[in-house]
Design a protein. Structure first.
Length: 364
């Protein structure tokens, strides 16, 4: 991997951890030597990454104290965090639209038009009874759509999304940082989804699993499949460049297990450590040629015009505590998911099955 690209990945990885709260103010970062060993790169690459993060006001290095996340917000520190987050989101968007073939001038005009429309919307007074439901968990395009339409389903309530991965969602629920979590964690021992992990992470708690849908997962390939990939057994072939989901995601849990069952060593797969936080990011990497194989949702592969090889049908559940299930907003969501409108909206994405959408299963 080119050192320039690797330094940017190190910056992005640490920045994500800071912005998500995984690295807290005052936390010490690994030494340059340790980080270089972890990333299999030169010390100069790590130093370059640390210098970039320091210039963004996110970390500070002091003699004898090592490198740490800023302890407190100094003058302009909060602005630096906000600016870093905004720049990161903007770069993701620009990469997606530019690789889709739009010119910078077209993007600038579209952003200007969108800003004008949102300035009108934001100038209107917000409803006095506006409430927020906090979601944490695995990424899914249906949830993005659901959040955009949530006020139509449950008036005066906003669905706030935090894509943290399946395990991250359950942990957030256990810590009271989320009202509902989204997961699709396959348990190899019981050959079942979600319930075993809920029992381990929320012991003794009565929890409902509300099925969002069954999803089709598989290999995402460039249009026409020029690499001639037929299955997982091809991933360690020479010339294959893979792009992965992050550790802790339900998608990654299943893939790690599937490779283990087939006797395929992840270390032999070029790019297995190249991780993305969402299915869309995986598809984008394949679409723009940074990888020729990824693993993710059929619905996302379709949306990018990519090839798809089906591997597994999985259940995606919304995990809700018994207390939260009594909230009016969540009760309305449960009713809506059980109805025909929800089933049609989800089916229209492609790659989803809705026979059990809206069904409830109790755990604990």
């Amino acid at each position: 991997m080119e050192e320039t690209h690797l330094y940017q990945r190190i910056v992005e990885s640490i920045r994500r951890q800071i912005l998500s709260g995984s690295l807290e103010p005052g936390d010490r970062l690994p030494s340059v030597r340790q980080m270089a060993a972890d990333w299999d790169c030169t010390a100069g690459t790590v130093q370059h990454a640390y210098q970039e993060l320091a210039s963004q006001g996110l970390i500070v290095s002091r003699s004898g104290q090592g490198t740490r996340v800023i302890k407190s917000v100094q003058a302009g520190g909060e602005a630096a965090l906000r600016r870093a987050n905004l720049v990161h989101r903007s770069e993701d968007f620009l990469l997606e639209v530019l690789t889709a073939g739009y010119t910078p001038a077209e993007v600038e005009a579209a952003i200007r038009q969108a800003l004008e429309r949102w300035q009108i919307i934001l100038s209107q007074p917000a409803p006095s009874q506006e409430r927020t439901l906090r979601f944490a968990g695995s990424h899914d395009p249906v949830l993005t759509w659901l959040a955009a339409h949530f006020p139509e389903i449950v008036p005066h309530v906003t669905l706030q999304l935090g894509f943290t991965g399946s395990l991250g969602g359950l942990i957030a629920l256990a810590e009271g940082k989320a009202d509902l979590a989204g997961c699709h964690l396959w348990d190899e021992e019981s050959d079942s989804y979600n319930a075993p992990f809920v029992r381990r992470l929320l012991p003794g708690k009565k929890v409902a699993l509300l099925t969002l849908a069954h999803r089709r997962l598989g290999l995402i390939l460039a249009a026409g499949n020029p690499a001639k990939v037929a299955g997982l057994h091809d991933l360690d072939r020479p010339g294959i460049r893979f792009v992965n989901r992050q550790s802790g995601s339900g998608t990654r849990v299943w893939l790690d297990s599937a490779l283990r069952r087939q006797g395929i060593e992840p270390d032999r797969i070029n790019g297995y450590g190249d991780e993305r936080m969402t299915h869309s990011e995986v598809a984008a990497a394949v679409a723009d040629g940074r990888a020729n194989v990824g693993f993710g949702l059929e619905a996302v592969a379709r949306s990018y015009g990519l090839e798809f090889i089906f591997l597994v049908r999985e259940r995606y559940d919304l995990v809700i505590s018994a207390d939260n299930l009594e909230l009016d907003s969540i009760a309305r969501l449960v009713d809506w998911l059980a109805g025909d409108k929800a089933h049609k909206a989800i089916s229209d994405f492609g790659g989803y099955e809705t026979e059990e959408t809206g069904s409830l299963q109790w755990v604990g």
